[in-house]
Write a protein that binds this ligand. Sequence first.
Ligand SMILES: *[C@@H]1O[C@H](CO)[C@@H](O)[C@H](O)[C@H]1NC(C)=O
Ligand SMILES: *[C@@H]1O[C@H](CO)[C@@H](O)[C@H](O)[C@H]1NC(C)=O
Length: 391
Amino acid sequence: MKFSAFLILIPAALRASAQLVVQEQQRPLLDASAQYPGFHVDLNAQRLLEFEDGSRVMMSELEKLELKMRGERFFDVTETPNLNSFGIKKSVDFSYPALSKNETVRDVIKTLTTDGPKANLEVFSGFKTRYYRSDSGRESQEWLLNRIKETVSTSASDAIQSSINVQAFPHSWTQSSIILRINGTSGTDETVVIGAHQDSTNMLFFLPAPGADDDGSGTVTILEALRGVISSGLRPKKNVEFHWYSGEEGGLLGSQAIAQAYKAASANVYAMIQMDMTAWVKKGTKEVVGVVEDFVDPTLTDYVKELVEAYLDIPYVATACGYACSDHGSWSKAGYRSSFTIESEFHDSDPNIHSTRDTIDVSPEFSFTHMLEFSKLAAAFAIELGEWEKA
Ligand SMILES: *[C@@H]1O[C@H](CO)[C@@H](O)[C@H](O)[C@H]1NC(C)=O
Ligand SMILES: *[C@@H]1O[C@H](CO)[C@@H](O)[C@H](O)[C@H]1NC(C)=O
């Protein structure tokens, strides 16, 4: 996710300088002619960015990285220039059905634990960086894809396994996204999507980025929810998909590419929820689920609040995150109904992101039991909206 308050951690001299020159050394922090071994970044490449006021500006990758360091919000629309230009008509009187899977949801969420997320996140935050244009970002993605496949083969019955497809969704950059699809039993084209982003970044892209909270936490949170639902012996009537996006930190690249492909195929995405940062409980604050209310679908967001009240052990608070904040934004932009939950009120979220300090052991504020509440929410979202039942 994007975090403008990070600016306070960047020395004022850097912030003021368009060139990002380290004053003492008179050497640019980012140098378009430098070699960055293990990274596949062309700092001279031209990118098209879109801003909240609708304006579009062409600039170099180097200038884009500088904008991000200054906390500016944007979509990089270079490869998805038409995502919002042909409309999907949302009906005005649409509503989601009343909650009806109380027993099923409770049975599944009591099987969720912190064990898998802990073990998975230890490995996943151990890659030097999961930067979307890096070799280690590619390796972390291959590890994750294998981990997802193992989870399916060890947790799901043969019948459910035969309805599941897991595959990489390749991009023009190094790290692929990952899509797991569970075909519904009813034959409907309606699809429920649960997402997180797998890439991480340091403010300086070539430095280490453990990305434990951003968004390793969301990545393992939804994987635990997946394990729970496919272990239940039940099957969904609607199609249910779990997405792990690449390139979120590059301007919501992976999710935009997927949303564009789905829109081009007239896919019927019924509901989408993004989980980006699910671990942090700031010292002195009450444990809550932050339900983001801007750049989301209000009907689905109200539904998410109902799920929190019905199934979680902690309450929600409404919060806002801003333009192009995480991958739900790509689905909203494409005209689909999307929602976003985060670890806390936005201003209480993890201050260590985009740095070497975004680790699981940086502070007791990093909480796997907090994360578990989000796995419960993701499972409830999948079960209620996907209508899981005995097949
Ligand atoms: C769900 O079931 C529990 C008991 O298992 C009950 O306490 C709760 O009121 C039920 N909630 C709804 C919304 O039916
Ligand atoms: C799921 O459904 C799609 C669309 O009907 C079909 O193309 C695909 O082969 C199915 N996948 C599995 C694993 O059954």
